[in-house]
Write a protein that binds this ligand. Structure first.
Ligand SMILES: [Zn+2]
Length: 207
């Protein structure tokens, strides 16, 4: 399934040319451990097309130094805070339930994950990257204080949901869920490493 197919209305917002250039070269300072893109080259999707920088690469490169770029006059725009689909959904949830911003954000976050038909465990790396970008944009827009509130609200919602589902032993249910998920994630990581080792053995260095 293509990214567009998976996301429907999701569209990346175009940013200023200079900022895109700087951001691209920032992330491309390091190679990508997810798709194998070398320094200076764009990330590639599984189908071989140029795609957004993978999470592993963004994490490795670190957050771009927007402040420094502004101080040096390289960019004039404020830090990018695109109104992503998630931010829009959070605003819609606020209006729908007439609730405050942290609760609206939490509702939108949970709904985003529920909206995927099969749940997180079978979602592709690309889709997870988009989740990650959208959540990042939402938290940047809310700032550190607002983000802390979202985390508190989410944890509270999770606790009350578990109590509702299993009023006798919600903590045991939660422990079981976490144990299962971690076991799954570790198995998934082992498989991923195995596959990427195999790919690296077969891959040609040319792109
Ligand atoms: Zn990549």
């Amino acid at each position: 399934m293509s990214q567009q197919g998976a996301w429907g209305h999701w569209q990346p917002r175009l940013r200023s040319g200079r900022l895109v250039e700087l951001t691209n070269s920032w992330f491309r300072q390091v190679e990508c451990t997810a798709c194998g893109a070398v320094v200076g080259r764009a990330c590639r999707s599984a189908g071989g097309y140029p795609t957004d920088h993978h999470k592993a690469r963004r994490d490795a490169a670190g957050v771009p130094p927007y402040k420094e770029w502004r101080a040096r006059g390289l960019i004039t725009a404020p830090e990018p805070r695109p109104a992503t689909a998630l931010v829009q959904a959070a605003q819609a949830a606020q209006q729908e339930f007439r609730i405050d911003q942290p609760l609206g954000d939490a509702v939108a976050l949970v709904r985003r994950f529920l909206a995927d038909r099969t749940g997180r465990e079978t979602v592709s790396e690309e889709v997870l990257d988009h989740y990650d970008q959208e959540v990042r944009a939402l938290l940047l827009a809310r700032g550190p204080e607002g983000s802390a509130e979202i985390v508190t609200v989410l944890a509270g919602q999770l606790a009350s949901l578990l109590k509702g589902m299993s009023p006798i032993a919600p903590d045991a249910v939660y422990t079981e869920v976490v144990t299962k998920q971690i076991a799954y994630a570790r198995a998934h990581q082992r498989l991923g490493r195995l596959l990427s080792d195999l790919e690296n053995e077969q891959a040609t260095p040319e792109d």
